[in-house]
Write a protein that binds this ligand. Structure first.
Ligand SMILES: NC(=O)c1ccc[n+]([C@@H]2O[C@H](COP(=O)([O-])OP(=O)(O)OC[C@H]3O[C@@H](n4cnc5c(N)ncnc54)[C@H](O)[C@@H]3O)[C@@H](O)[C@H]2O)c1
Ligand SMILES: O=c1ccn([C@@H]2O[C@H](COP(=O)(O)OP(=O)(O)O[C@H]3O[C@H](CO)[C@@H](O)[C@H](O)[C@H]3O)[C@@H](O)[C@H]2O)c(=O)[nH]1
Length: 444
């Protein structure tokens, strides 16, 4: 049993802190956001993540998990401190280390005995060493400590499962003692411990995300070729994914990747490469292709409708992926403002992300948790998130409710033959366009 203080109670801090508490440690999750801590103390989750609320409540009842805004005291009391604060993208694309440095200072000011300081935030190479020097500076070199890079690989929407059954733990430590300690707390979750240097552990995180993002942009580029030659990208994904050297995951073509990690981490990796004098052409192309995917989808809508002026567009999905209320870098954040600028009347559906979306998109569109109400009387429907509610739409009813049966699908959810039979104009990604017999003038 280790006494762990987690600093930063976002996705990573809350999920990993709760899982460490559940596996027999004594955990306090801390945050500078007093409202967040107050809510958590009252049992209110700041994020939607399947299974999280139940696991938090269970561990709070058990006495293994608590929440605190008194960060100084929790640093003093802990043996292990996890840094899990945000590292957002600056306007230049670099990772912003402001919060990480603040926490390092706070640790230095409150160090009172040997502690292991673990970075779970995604940080550029060299940050572990930076944290070490900031702590030493504010502690005046009085106390011994070790620094560990232990990047987080959880996915939103499946975060608890990903942590409890993690495929590997990557641990880069400044001493064998610290490595052993952090390896021990991971034993309940995985037998695959990757031992690395601080710098290697830091770059593993960026390499993992960049590789997955590359798979997505690759298949999106193939999708764009498929559209031009009359092929079907979903069949290409199956055809290449069955080769075990390629694998079938992260080969779904669509509107491009979003979320709090891939866009930010590919941009940060580009900066890391520039800073060390390397021209990382591949990652530039991955980013460019991704930005283009949103444009491709909107172009299809424009071609089909001619002009968007006065047209009612229903947008299905605000979250960047299903089972989360996270809208960071969600396709909807780019696409809805563009549609409204073009004079469209936008009605947006999402089962749980509306509160978050309103904070960024505001009231330029209307919002509903009722998918059929959203679709009613629309001239076109755009699918941006593969929510279960969208996948299981009653399509004959949709056709009946819409002004005209036009669906632009950024997630390739429906069989082409079925859409043809139902009489939709159905424009998806990397697949032949289905043209309805009805009154759409210029559909591609
Ligand atoms: N979200 C994910 O799925 C995910 C997965 C793997 C890695 N990561 C990485 O983990 C890090 C955290 O991501 P997140 O999505 O959990 O972030 P988040 O933005 O949701 O939460 C960060 C939290 O840190 C708090 N904070 C900021 N400064 C603080 C300070 N000085 N002291 C105490 N608390 C402070 C904020 O109030 C906030 O609650 C990022 O580097 C991210 O790239 C995220
Ligand atoms: O075949 C695919 C797979 C995913 N996506 C999109 O890619 C984005 C990211 O999806 P996913 O990876 O499932 O979600 P995240 O929660 O952002 O998780 C990623 O980012 C996290 C933060 O770094 C890492 O910890 C995870 O390992 C990594 O998968 C989403 O917009 C998806 O719609 C596709 O377009 N096609």
């Amino acid at each position: 049993m280790k006494k762990i203080a987690v600093i930063g109670t976002g996705y990573v801090g809350l999920v990993s802190g709760t899982c460490f508490a559940d596996s027999g440690n004594q955990v306090t999750c801390c945050d500078i956001d007093q409202l967040k801590i107050k809510g958590l103390t009252e049992g209110i989750m700041p994020i939607y993540e399947p299974g999280l609320k139940e696991l938090v409540h269970k561990n709070v009842r058990k006495g293994s998990l608590k929440f605190s805004a008194n960060i100084s005291q929790e640093i003093k009391d802990a043996e292990v401190i996890l840094i899990a604060v945000g590292t957002p993208m600056t306007s230049s694309g670099k990772a912003d280390l402001t919060y990480v440095k603040q926490v390092a200072q706070s640790i230095g000011e409150n160090l009172n005995s040997y502690k292991v300081i673990v970075t779970k935030s995604t940080v550029p190479v060299g940050t572990g060493k930076l944290i070490e020097s900031v702590i030493r500076e504010y502690d005046n070199g009085k106390h011994p400590f070790d620094v560990v890079s232990n990047p987080e690989f959880l996915r939103e929407g499946t975060a608890i499962k990903d942590t409890m059954n993690m495929e590997r733990a990557v641990i880069g430590a400044t001493s064998e003692k610290a490595f052993q300690l952090i390896a021990e707390i991971h034993k309940p979750f995985t037998a695959n411990i990757v031992k690395a240097s601080l710098e290697t552990a830091e770059i593993i995180k960026y390499a993992a995300n960049a590789f997955l993002a590359t798979k997505i942009s690759f298949i999106n580029d193939i999708a764009n070729i498929c559209e031009r030659v009359g092929a079907d990208v979903t069949e290409v994904s199956t055809g290449i994914g069955l080769d075990s050297r390629i694998g079938n995951k992260f080969l779904q073509a669509g509107v491009g990747f979003g979320g709090s990690c891939f866009p930010k981490d590919t941009a940060a990796l580009l900066h890391i490469s520039e800073d060390c004098g390397y021209d990382f052409k591949l990652i530039k192309a991955v980013i460019e292709t991704n930005e283009g995917q949103r444009v491709q989808l909107v172009k299809k809508l424009l071609l089909a409708l001619g002009s968007l002026q006065g047209k009612t567009i229903s947008v299905l999905g605000l979250a960047f992926k299903p089972d989360t209320d996270d809208i960071r870098s969600s396709p909807a954040l780019d696409i809805i403002p563009y549609l409204t600028e073009q004079g469209a009347i936008v009605k947006a559906f999402d089962p749980i992300a509306i509160v978050e979306a309103k904070k960024q998109i505001g009231y330029q569109c209307t919002y509903s948790e009722d998918i059929y109400e959203t679709i009613t009387d629309s001239d076109a429907c755009m699918i941006l998130t593969d929510w279960q509610d969208v996948k299981t739409l009653d399509l004959p009813l949709v056709k009946h409710l819409m002004k005209q049966p036009l669906i632009v699908d950024g997630r390739n959810l429906f069989e082409l033959e079925m859409m043809k039979q139902l009489g939709f104009t159905y424009l998806s990604v990397g697949r032949p366009a289905i043209q309805s017999e009805s009154n759409i003038s210029k559909a591609i």
